[in-house]
Design a protein around this ligand. Structure first.
Ligand code: HEC
Length: 171
């Protein structure tokens, strides 16, 4: 009695489990196909373009900017205080600094031409222009990397400043 009861339970188990497993497997297959199909349809998806740009920007930053602006974008100590020679220390590029107060057009110009070239004769600045060492795409990438570290609210406000500058013909 006990034996046959065991056997029948053993027989029943696969019958009840099997459909559930099949449904799960089909579901996974379907999901996989959907993901693959989506990736193919959207290739290359815009998100990965941005990610690649940020990855490049990070490299550009570490090689060209981190020495002054800090590995963690923290800037130099007492960055608001002019030195005896009239120059300013490098400001932070994180949310504590004022990089995000400037529209894209200005950030691009500062990075490409340097502060002294834009501020005019007589202004001494340590911020060099990178127009001869970095391509425009690399400059855009490094700025995109800097922006990627900002909180959403800061990004939104900086994007608004960029839009305002564009509609006012400010660059
Ligand atoms: C030799 C040091 C040095 C290096 C290297 C350097 N900077 Fe700067 N940067 C400065 C200093 C100093 C200032 C502030 C200049 C001033 O106002 O006179 C500054 C200012 C800036 C500003 C303006 C920020 C603001 O809030 O007004 C931007 C943008 C900027 N740097 C981007 C970059 C980027 C991007 C790189 C790398 C590609 C870089 N800097 C590399 C020293 C440096």
């Amino acid at each position: 009695m006990a034996k046959s009861g065991k056997r029948s339970r053993a027989k029943q188990r696969p019958r009840t489990r099997h459909p559930a497993l099949t449904v799960a497997a089909l579901g996974l297959l379907g999901l996989g196909a959907a993901v693959a199909g989506f990736a193919f349809w959207r290739s290359p998806p815009p998100e990965s373009d941005t990610e690649a740009m940020i990855a490049l920007g990070r490299q550009v930053y570490e090689a060209n900017c981190a020495a002054c602006h800090g590995v963690n974008l923290e800037g130099q100590p007492n960055w608001r205080q002019r030195r005896a020679d009239g120059t300013l220390p490098a400001p932070p590029h994180d949310a504590a600094g004022h990089t995000w107060h400037h529209p894209d057009q200005q950030l691009f110009a500062v990075t490409k031409y340097g502060v002294a070239a834009l501020a005019g004769p007589g202004y001494k600045s340590d911020m060099p222009g990178f127009g001869t060492t970095l391509s425009d795409a690399e400059i855009r990438a490094v700025l995109e990397y800097i922006k990627s570290t900002w909180p959403e609210e800061i990004r939104r406000r900086q994007a608004q400043a960029t839009l305002r500058a564009r509609t006012q013909g400010g660059g």
